[in-house]
Design a protein around this ligand. Structure first.
Ligand code: THU
Length: 170
């Protein structure tokens, strides 16, 4: 049987069409672009997320001379939130970017970031809204990271693997 998945999303031409809270989050993500450390790629990304209690946590991409040691802006923000506010669900995450050539289209999180965001969406059983924009241009909003990660892998898929008790091994 052939099957097909649709990806629902909202698209806006202007930030003025967004709810004030989303506009603020995108603005905070934009401020973080200026704090990115991206001397190798020149691609500067800013992220800002809002927790369920209204707290905003931000991040920017952090590159490294040993290339794989760097981290995307989204994971910097998401891990900072998880580390500092481990009991608070993430409501929304805004992502924006700029580069030597103006980024004029929405920038979506990379695959590894989608998986990291999914982890917390799943943990809290609370969808993470994604607000995506380049330095200019249209804005895309997704109601959950799941739309960007069909056939996702979560801890539920590991149901048959009981956690190993390290003490049993001695
Ligand atoms: N990057 C992000 O921070 N987020 C994304 O969603 C895509 C890529 C960063 C990683 C690297 O520092 C630079 O952008 C170029 O890939």
């Amino acid at each position: 049987m052939d099957k097909k998945l649709d990806i629902p999303y909202h698209e806006y031409d202007d930030v003025l069409q967004l709810a004030e809270e989303d506009r603020e989050l995108l603005h905070r993500a934009g401020e973080m672009v200026g704090k990115a450390y991206a001397p190798y790629s020149g691609f500067r990304v800013g992220a800002a997320l809002r927790l369920e209690d209204g707290t905003i946590v931000t991040g920017s991409n952090q590159e490294n001379a040993a290339y794989p040691s760097g981290l995307c802006a989204e994971r910097v923000a998401v891990f900072a939130a998880a580390a500092n506010y481990p009991d608070k669900a993430i409501e929304s995450l805004a992502i924006t970017a700029d580069a030597r050539q103006k980024v004029d289209h929405p920038v979506a999180p990379c695959g590894a970031c989608r998986q990291a965001i999914l982890e917390y969406e799943h943990k809290f059983k609370h969808p993470v809204r994604l607000i995506l924009r380049g330095a200019t241009g249209k804005i895309v909003i997704l109601d959950s990271v799941r739309s960007l990660l069909p056939f996702q892998f979560t801890k539920d898929d590991m149901g048959l693997c009981p956690p190993r008790d390290m003490m049993d091994e001695t």
